[in-house]
Ligand binder design. Structure first.
Ligand SMILES: Nc1ncnc2c1ncn2[C@@H]1O[C@H](COP(=O)(O)OP(=O)(O)OP(=O)(O)O)[C@@H](O)[C@H]1O
Ligand SMILES: [Mg+2]
Length: 340
């Protein structure tokens, strides 16, 4: 029987897995709850829900930080558990892992090591640049494109990439993602209203308000703590406050897009101007963010369908196509620059 193939997008907030044999994609939050530094008592959403609500003996661990692996063993354990949820899981499978481009070679190799040294006894591990997988998921010919700009707005990072003829021309990983937008909302409300809300509450505000399209100025009641009295209470938070904060946090992303466009060779830029910018990553789900970025940059901008799954859908295509398989490479090949 042929070996199974798994595609992995190890996101800072969510791990996405494609399983070739079952032809399924599933995802889980990148988080574990560990008791007494030893025992894993919960994983994924269940662990995430424990954040801020459990005694000190239980640590809620986020093993990915801003696009890089920060707790290797914990991530390896989480991944192994998620893989075993597949009915087609077996040792010796092949893995195709999406990795960010603008990180150090050591950080990149950590993704490879994570899988090759896990107890899944991987038969083979190959790497795909995340932006290439992102591009492949769209109905565009990545190998032939003269120029394509992808902006992956993730949970803790934003990766801006220019692709041409199947390769990455320019790439920048910015440490701004959904969680930074949420922290910005918390900070602004704290500063302006002496009111402290949780990260979850901030994320809900960001997701539920249509910050880019709602000009009603209306608000919603949010539970939090009054910082003057120290008492829990509810306060009305308006869409205007959330919008101001989100726009402020996104300024760095917009600046990054400008800089990358500026550095793009003219021929490639011409093609980008024709195709426009494509947004992926979970934050791209925000209603109207494509129009906001498009108007500010003055380039047509659109959002990929189901943008959070865009990378893993690209991996699925790569895994299932003989032609696209060449986009994946091994880090132990002689030709790989890390080993030279
Ligand atoms: N409907 C939505 N509207 C706005 N934001 C959303 C929506 N759904 C998910 N998100 C945001 O998407 C982010 C997660 O996106 P994604 O899964 O692409 O990140 P990731 O791959 O885990 O992180 P990274 O790529 O930075 O390592 C979270 O911050 C979440 O709040
Ligand atoms: Mg991601």
């Amino acid at each position: 029987m042929s070996k199974n193939v798994f595609g992995l997008d190890l996101g800072s907030t969510e791990i996405k897995i494609y399983d070739k044999k079952s032809d399924k994609i599933w995802s889980e939050k990148t988080v574990l709850a560990i008791e007494d530094k030893r025992t894993v008592i919960a994983m994924g959403k269940e662990a995430d829900d424990m954040y801020g609500r459990v005694p000190d003996a239980i640590e809620v661990v986020y093993p990915m930080k801003e696009g890089a692996i920060s707790r290797f063993d914990n991530l390896q354990f989480l991944l192994a558990t998620l893989l075993k949820r597949s009915s087609s899981y077996a040792k010796g499978a092949e893995y195709v892992v999406a990795v960010p481009t603008d990180v150090t070679e050591v950080e990149k190799k950590a993704f490879f090591d994570l899988v090759i040294h896990s107890n899944a006894k991987a038969g083979e591990v190959n790497i795909v640049e995340r932006a290439i997988a992102d591009g492949v998921s769209l109905n565009l010919d990545v190998a032939k494109t003269k120029g394509l700009m992808m902006v992956n707005l993730g949970g803790e990072t934003t990766e801006i990439s220019v692709i041409a003829e199947g390769g990455i021309v320019l790439d920048r990983l910015i440490k701004v993602g959904g969680s930074h937008l949420d922290q910005g909302i918390i900070n602004l409300i704290k500063r302006s209203q002496d009111f402290l809300i949780s990260k979850k509450a901030a994320e809900n505000l960001r997701k539920n308000f249509n910050v880019f399209t709602d000009d009603s100025g209306l608000g919603t009641m949010v539970a939090g703590r009054d910082l003057i009295t120290g008492l829990p209470m509810q306060k009305n938070i308006t869409v205007n406050v959330v919008r101001a904060s989100v726009k402020e946090s996104l300024a760095e992303v917009l600046e990054g897009i400008y800089t990358i466009l500026d550095r793009t060779p003219p021929e490639v830029r011409k093609s980008i101007i024709k195709t426009g910018i494509i947004l992926t990553g979970g934050v791209a789900e925000t209603v109207g963010i494509d129009r906001y970025i498009g108007r500010t940059i003055n380039l047509r901008t659109r959002c990929a369908p189901k943008p959070a799954l865009s990378v893993v859908k690209g991996l699925k295509k790569i895994i299932n196509s003989e032609e696209l398989k060449t986009l994946a490479y091994s880090m132990i090949d002689e030709g790989y620059r890390w080993m030279r």
